[in-house]
Design a protein around this ligand. Structure first.
Ligand SMILES: C[S@@+](CC[C@H](N)C(=O)[O-])C[C@H]1O[C@@H](n2cnc3c(N)ncnc32)[C@H](O)[C@@H]1O
Length: 318
């Protein structure tokens, strides 16, 4: 326990001890004093809880750099636009440059996913397509691939659609406004069928709870053809406090290398509240992810790319 918390706890114990002593006096004044002391003790206990929640929020922000929604009071002082978890920036147009400053080696990470897709893949499902950066890389690399891309944000789907249209790939790409959590639980509601050769995702699934992640992995496993693969890029929960500090330092270094600071990039981050099945960051360790993939029935599981707190991991169906 931190010294400040210890002090508050000691204060609570002192208040309660005096309150009990007062109760033994049985007069009007002692009852009033008891009530005041109990109120003070409750107030101090609530403060400890608030500090604990705030500490967790600060850690989450420090690690991922986004999801400012964890600290709503700060967020409102900067932006008022409401966005969904995962949209990150208040203005969709800031996403492509901002994400490259916020996260090291973003393009390399997406390329790693594209490389892992089976070369013969024709029908590909993308979950949380955002502004369409991963779709573009895949459509460019595999000239006969067709992508069905889900994203629950109308702003993101529209942005991606415009970009893919300009690149001349629109006849091989279909954007669908849908929640992949809903697809997990009620697949019939989102009519995209099964029989995919690959499923890909980047920086989106970490918004689901671990329970939903496992269910989603099972849904994906059921939707893949034989020899199909699922590859996902996401921030991972640091394995220790020391590593959390290393991953964070790396992020700061990356921002400095790009001529900015994380604080400067974060100023463009929007305010969001939980939406559909997604929440602020719900990180899991890489080990935990691989375990969930095995439980979901993937025959081979692996993490072909990792850079500090970011990883590409997934599994294959034999
Ligand atoms: C950080 S962006 C990443 C976008 C893109 N994959 C990339 O790497 O550039 C995450 C995207 O996931 C979407 N998203 C988050 N949770 C979702 C859910 N439950 N269903 C559908 N889309 C979701 C957000 O709207 C956002 O577009």
């Amino acid at each position: 326990m931190e010294p400040k918390e210890k002090l508050l706890m000691q204060g609570i114990i002192d208040d309660l001890t005096t309150a009990i002593a007062q109760l033994e006096n049985h007069n009007q004044f002692s009852r009033w004093t008891t009530r005041m002391l109990l109120r003070a003790a409750i107030h101090k206990a609530e403060n400890i809880e608030k500090q604990e929640v705030q500490k967790q929020q600060e850690q989450a922000i420090a690690f991922t750099g986004y999801d400012r929604e964890w600290l709503p009071s700060r967020a409102t002082s900067v932006h008022t636009t409401e966005i969904y978890p995962g949209e990150v920036f208040a203005n969709t147009a800031d996403f492509d440059s901002g994400i490259r400053q916020l996260l090291p080696r973003y393009d390399e990470m997406l390329n790693a996913i594209a490389h892992c897709i089976p070369a013969t893949a024709q029908r590909i499902l993308e979950l949380g397509c955002g502004t369409g950066e991963l779709s573009l890389k895949i459509l460019h690399r595999y000239p006969s691939a067709q992508i069905i891309a889900l994203d629950y944000s109308p702003r993101m789907v529209q942005f991606a659609k415009n970009k893919i249209e300009s690149a001349g790939y629109i006849n091989r790409w279909k954007g669908i406004e849908a929640d992949f959590g809903e697809w997990t639980n009620e697949p019939d509601k989102i009519n995209i069928g099964i029989g995919f050769d690959a499923c890909v995702s980047s920086l989106a699934i970490h918004h689901l709870t671990n329970e939903m992640k496992l269910k989603l992995f099972q849904r994906i496993r059921e939707s893949l053809n034989r020899s199909g693969g699922f590859w996902n890029a996401d921030p991972i929960l640091p394995e220790s406090d020391a590593l959390a500090a290393v991953y964070q330092a790396m992020r700061e270094e990356w921002a400095a290398f790009n001529g900015t600071t994380l604080a400067e990039v974060r100023a463009k981050i929007g305010k969001s509240a939980p939406h559909g099945y997604s929440h602020p960051d719900q990180l899991a360790t890489l080990d935990n992810h691989l375990q969930m993939l095995k439980t979901a029935g993937f025959e081979t599981v692996a993490a072909p790319w990792k850079y500090y707190g970011l990883a590409v991991f997934g599994g294959e169906v034999s």
